[in-house]
Structure formats: structure tokens, C-alpha cells
Design a protein. Structure first.
Ligand SMILES: [Mn+2]
Length: 316
């Protein structure tokens, strides 16, 4: 069933018992923040809950889970957060694919795989939905939950720089700071701190940046060669996709990330200023949001680059 209102979602949440919360593989701030935020909130109401991730949460989110411990219970409800498609659960959680009771998401490409789905593609982050939900239930987040939800709102809006940072996103963030979210620390952790290898890899990648169509399209490639020589964690490749659009005049930014296996396959991020990124990605079976989307393509670096640029040109 499709849940259309926050009231309907709240009603489902109230009915949950012994909850397993699923987050997506290669977790980002939104899935981690929404998963842990919802988990801590349910626990604060006396509901048993755990959060799961196929790969484990990255160290950079340690400030959200350092005191987290799994609870012992017999699972009765399964909720997914920020998961558009069961494929994104990853190998470790794919066994849940047919067994998700409630899906809370903000991707309009959501496959509606759960028994009940609440999908609000106007929300910048699932963390914003969780925040509304907590308020709807007459509660306020404690400081740790505020940190969780602030993290997802900030990361999914690119530190409030993307168009999806609505007035409500800013107001919710302000509220969360009031409830104890450590905004300065979080934004420094999420957006400023990089390993030395990461900075040097960016220098290399930027050195190879390609410009097309009088500089309106820009393309970078994160190759295995670079990943290996700078010791980059493959789970930490997200920030690169923002680089092409930082160049003046670029309207469509394309980032190719080579897979470890098979090596002729690239995971591609498309970022745009005004063009429909999800439509560009959809040409190759991908999807996502209006200004940030992704797809995969196989071939040589040259072939894959040429295909992406040709498709992107249609949207200039
Ligand atoms: Mn998200």
C-alpha cells in the first residue's frame, strides 16, 4: 500500500515492534542518519530496534554510532530507509528483499518493493521525513538523534548548496541545532576533512578533467590506477562527483568510477545545474534525482566517456 500522508506513516510507525531497520549499501549520511535516528527514536519509546547495513557503517559516521549496540529480540517488523530498490541493500541484506514491511524514501525512482511505502520525492532527505515524523508524534529529538538527522539533511543537500535545500530543510536544520545537533563539527567531518591520499587523488583527477561543448560539459575519471596508487577506500568515492560542477561555466558534470571487477565497467554520476540528470542517466538504465543521478556502462574509458558526453549534449 502507498502511504500518502505523514499521518498514515505515523500510524504505521506506532504499530512497529522488534524492528530491523535496513540501510543501503555503500551508505551515505542520509541512510546512516535516518537509520540510526529512527532506531534511537524507537528505542526511546520502548520499542526494540536495530539498524543493519550490508557493509557496516564507515568510520566517518562514528560520532553517530560509537555507543550503538545491537539489541536482542525476535524480529517482527522490517523498515528500509533511503533504499530506492532492493538491489541497493547489498549482498549482506539482499535476503530481506521480499520481506520489507515499510519503506521510507525520497527517491522518485523508488520501486515500491515494500508492503507499505512512504515516498516523498519533494523531501531533500529521508532524515527530513524522520524529523517530521518525530514532531508529528509529539516528540522532539534528543541531541544524538538531532546529530543523526542533521547529518542526513546536510549531506543530501550538499551542505545546503543544492536546489533541494528547501525553506523547510533549512528550518528543520535550525530546529535540529536547537535540539543539540553539532552543525559545525558535522559539516567539517562531512565536507572538509579529507585524507591526504584523497586530496592528492583529487589533484590527479582534476589534472585529467575533460571539457566538452565549450566547457558546458565536464568529465572526470576515477580509475583503478588512481584509487590504488593513492590508497582510496572504494566506499568513499562519493565526493568526487561534485568536482566537475565546481568549474565555472559547467552545466553538466560527469564522473566515471571504474569498478574493481569487472574492470571494463564504470559507475557513473551525473550532476547538473539545470538539466534533468535522472533523464540523462535513464538513457543507460539508471536513475536518481533531477540534479544528481547515476548509471553504469561497460566499455573502454574512451567509449564510455564518448557515450555519456553524447547523451549529455542532448540536454544542453
Ligand atoms: Mn537520501
Amino acid at each position: 500500500m502507498i502511504l500518502k500522508t505523514l499521518d498514515e506513516l505515523a500510524e504505521k510507525i506506532i504499530g512497529l515492534k522488534n524492528v530491523t531497520i535496513l540501510t543501503h549499501a555503500r551508505p551515505d549520511g542520509d541512510t546512516v542518519g535516518a537509520g540510526l535516528g529512527l532506531c534511537y527514536f524507537l528505542r526511546s519509546r520502548g520499542v526494540k530496534a536495530n539498524v543493519k547495513n550490508s557493509d557496516g557503517f564507515p568510520q566517518k559516521f562514528g560520532y553517530l554510532y560509537k555507543d550503538y549496540e545491537d539489541q536482542d529480540f525476535e524480529e517482527q517488523s522490517v523498515v528500509s530507509v533511503d533504499v530506492a530498490d532492493t538491489k541497493l541493500l547489498g549482498d549482506g541484506l539482499i535476503g530481506y528483499a521480499e520481506n520489507v514491511d515499510l519503506c521510507i524514501d525520497h527517491h522518485y525512482s523508488n520501486k515500491l518493493f515494500a508492503r507499505d511505502s512512504y515516498v516523498d520525492s519533494d523531501s531533500c532527505a529521508v532524515c527530513l521525513i524522520i524529523y517530521r515524523l518525530i514532531r508529528k508524534l509529539g516528540a522532539v529529538p534528543d541531541p544524538l538523534i538531532a546529530d543523526c538527522l542533521y547529518t542526513g539533511i546536510s549531506t543530501d543537500t550538499g551542505c545546503f548548496m543544492y536546489e533541494n535545500a528547501s525553506p523547510e530543510s533549512h528550518r528543520a536544520a535550525a530546529d535540529l541545532v536547537e535540539y543539540g545537533a553539532r552543525a559545525a563539527m558535522i559539516n567539517r567531518e562531512m565536507f572538509q576533512i579529507k585524507s591526504r591520499g584523497r586530496i592528492l587523488s583529487e589533484q590527479k583527477i582534476i589534472g585529467g578533467m575533460r571539457f566538452e561543448d565549450a566547457g558546458r560539459i565536464s568529465l572526470i575519471a576515477v580509475t583503478n590506477d588512481i584509487i590504488e596508487s593513492y590508497g582510496i577506500d572504494r566506499d568513499d568515492l562519493d565526493g568526487y562527483a561534485a568536482i566537475p560542477l565546481t568549474v565555472e561555466g559547467v552545466e553538466i558534470g560527469i564522473t566515471l568510477k571504474q569498478l574493481a571487477e569487472p574492470e571494463d565497467t564504470y559507475k557513473i554520476s551525473v550532476r547538473t545545474v539545470e538539466a534533468d540528470a535522472s533523464a540523462i542517466a535513464a538513457a543507460f538504465g539508471g536513475g536518481g534525482h533531477k540534479r544528481a543521478a547515476g548509471c553504469s556502462l561497460s566499455g573502454s574509458l574512451e567509449e564510455v566517456s564518448a557515450k555519456m558526453i553524447k547523451e549529455a549534449e542532448k540536454f544542453l
